[in-house]
Design a binder for this molecule. Structure first.
Ligand code: XMP
Length: 319
């Protein structure tokens, strides 16, 4: 009979076999998957593992702090915190195509990991929290009948030239199983229940060109939306909720003035594995409270809309 305890033990044995005496770099994204992968690998190989948290400047508000303090304080797993925001944001200048954004971000992550590997005298492996749905939805740069829906950076977006071999201990798991494994490993419940956050971060929630200014605007709107969701006690009923900043300006009126500012779209879905999703049916009072607060409190946004698209035909993210 199959239990998470048995899975944990089996994966630890696998990791030891694969890695031997080699050194592993694990990129932490701030999300549950990479954190669970890191804790598991640390249990298997201890200080042969170096965890790297890359701040690409595309985090939502407070995304980073929790994971950094979890690793440093609760687990005592050494963590290198790299501020690479200038390189990421600089390289995204003028990039508007969603796949081009992912490719650039994937390559830039590898640059940072390789630089960190050099500092520790080289690393043989790169660990990632790739899940089964990432594997399925990213299949096939190599042809075959399936089309690539999105090259999730932690699978398809890796450059060919990468020297490190991949360690992906969660490759067979769905999200609910990763959460269960996280609990099995003793991660705090509030961390385990966090909504997924994509590796490319806010870059794929800002259709069109990504700038620091637009990231800041989006972070403010997103934080208000998430605060309202938590206050309403709805966070755990939702798979993912986030704001999207559209590259469209519309006319509005504030007091006696005409405004001409960006549109913000709110998205919230329920799902079991991210492969299909339904919109979350907020009541009208909740949505108008969010809209009013965002428009009043966030300079640069004068209109808020709610996305009513399920997956399929939409995807969860807008890019
Ligand atoms: P989509 O938008 O494909 O999202 O319906 C399904 C799930 O995957 C996440 N997602 C990503 N995660 N890198 C990631 O690490 C990516 O490029 C990426 N794109 C989407 C998305 O947040 C949702 O949970």
């Amino acid at each position: 009979d199959w239990t998470m305890g048995a899975y944990r033990a089996a994966k630890i044995a696998d990791i030891r076999t694969q890695v031997g005496k080699g050194k592993v770099i694990c990129g932490l994204s701030g999300g549950v998957d990479s954190a669970v992968a890191a804790v598991l690998i640390h249990e298997a190989i201890g200080d042969q593992l170096t965890c790297v948290f890359v701040d690409h400047g595309l985090m939502r508000a407070n995304e980073a702090e929790q994971v950094v303090s979890l690793f440093r304080n609760s687990y005592n797993i050494p963590l290198v915190h790299v501020d690479a925001s200038a390189d990421f944001l600089g390289g995204l200048t003028g990039v508007t195509d969603p796949e081009a954004k992912r490719k650039f971000i994937g390559a830039e992550f590898i640059n940072v990991f390789e630089a960190e590997a050099k500092k520790i005298g080289g690393a043989d492996f790169l660990a990632q929290g790739t899940l089964y749905p990432d594997v399925i939805e990213s299949v096939s740069f190599t042809g075959g009948p399936s089309v690539t829906i999105k090259s999730h950076h932690n699978v398809g977006g890796l450059p060919e030239r990468m020297n490190m071999k991949l360690v992906e201990p969660l490759r067979e798991l769905f999200k609910d199983e990763v959460r269960e494994l996280g609990r099995e490993l003793g991660l705090p419940e509030a961390f385990v229940e966090r909504h997924p956050f994509p590796g490319p971060g806010l870059a794929i929630r800002i259709p069109g060109e990504v700038t620091k200014e637009r990231c800041d605007i989006l972070r403010r709107a997103d934080a208000i939306y998430l605060e309202e969701i938590r206050n309403a006690g709805l966070y755990d009923a939702i798979w993912q909720a986030f704001a999207v900043l559209l590259p469209v300006k519309t006319v509005g009126v504030m007091g006696d003035y005409r405004t001409y500012d960006s549109v913000c779209a709110l998205r919230a879905v329920t799902s079991v594995d991210g492969m299909t999703a339904d919109i979350y049916p907020f009541d009208a009072a909740f949505l108008s409270r969010c809209a009013t607060r965002i428009i009043n409190e966030v300079k640069g946004i004068n209109r808020v809309v709610y996305d009513y698209t399920s997956k399929p035909p939409g995807t969860i993210e807008w890019e």
